[in-house]
Design a protein around this ligand. Structure first.
Ligand code: CIZ
Ligand code: SF4
Length: 301
């Protein structure tokens, strides 16, 4: 409790806002001014009058917050909290891929570095990928989609078209197996199965609903079911339980834990506020170009 009180006090002194991603530890959820997905959090923070944003999440998320709040100081409490999927493609590889397909429109999942976003036409999230892709398909034939091949496969099936894809994936979601979901269904036959599109197609095929983290939380809130099997990073279950105390949430696998998300602790949040570190710095050129890809997405959703 003492550490939480210290965080609250410093937060006021520094005029800081604390953003908490859905995959964070329970005690981090509980100190958040906002809890949500990376884009929603970055938009909320941009609307505040805070001088400082503490992003409890991973590096690309803090970068997204910085891109949308260039005048604010954005801090990531652990500079090593990265995203292995985002790290599967860099700006140079993106450049080469585009050069090989000069007529293609390029779309990057929000799970990419600012440098990769800066080389893409559109950004998208798992919540709006289908909408963005359908919009582009009204005018263009060829689409490059990076870096998540499983999200690409999911959207590809939704819109009935193939894309030029990258061999990227989330190692945390890709671990989930059909056997695990079948066992969970056997154990909880009345539960609704909700899974994330970063999972492999053979896993998502067994779900009742495939949705982004915000889509999952919304469905848990409004669905008449009182039991759910959740196929994504288990941090989200804390929020679901908090918002629905009478419902029961089972992880499809208790091992769906993202080590990078779990790097953020209360101690590191306090340290971050005390030392105003680690600050996210993006060169103005990259920031402006990356913002264009995000703004093109925001115009469509
Ligand atoms: O954009 C996010 O926060 C991620 C990584 C996933 C989601 O479904 O919200
Ligand atoms: Fe990246 Fe996967 Fe962790 Fe999300 S859960 S931050 S996609 S490694």
């Amino acid at each position: 409790m003492e550490i939480v009180a210290k965080i609250e006090k410093l937060k006021k002194e520094k005029n800081a806002v604390i953003l908490v991603h859905n995959y964070q530890l329970p005690e981090i959820h509980d100190i958040g001014d906002f809890v949500g997905d990376s884009l929603g959090l970055s938009i909320e923070a941009a609307r505040t009058k805070a001088d400082v944003i503490i992003f409890c999440g991973v590096h690309f998320m803090a970068e997204t917050a910085k891109i949308l709040s260039p005048q604010k100081k954005v801090l990531l409490p652990d500079k090593n909290a990265g995203c292995p999927m985002a790290d599967m493609i860099d700006a140079e590889a993106m450049h080469t891929l585009k050069a090989r397909h000069p007529n293609a429109v390029s779309v990057c999942y929000v799970n990419t570095s600012a440098a990769v976003k800066a080389r893409c036409d559109y950004c998208c999230t798992s919540a709006n990928a289908e909408k963005i892709i359908r919009h582009i398909l009204t005018k263009h034939q060829e689409i490059i989609f990076v870096p998540d091949k499983y999200l690409a496969a999911h959207v590809s099936a939704q819109v009935g078209r193939d894309f030029i894809v990258w061999d990227g994936y989330c190692p945390v979601h890709a671990r989930l197996t059909p056997e695990e979901i079948l066992q969970a269904k056997k154990d909880h036959p009345r539960a609704k199965v909700i899974v994330h599109p970063e999972c492999k197609p053979e896993f998502t095929a067994l779900a009742d609903l495939v949705a982004s983290t915000e889509g999952m939380c919304k469905d848990a809130n409004i669905s008449p079911h009182d039991e759910f099997i959740i196929g994504t990073e288990i941090g989200i279950i804390h929020r679901m339980k908090k918002e629905n105390p009478s419902k029961i949430f089972y992880p499809a696998s208790a091992e769906t834990v993202c080590p990078d998300m779990k790097r953020i602790t209360l101690e590191k949040v306090l340290w971050s506020l005390e030392n105003m570190a680690h600050e996210i710095i993006i060169t103005p050129d990259v920031m402006d170009k990356a913002r264009l890809a995000i703004e093109r997405m925001l115009q469509i959703i």
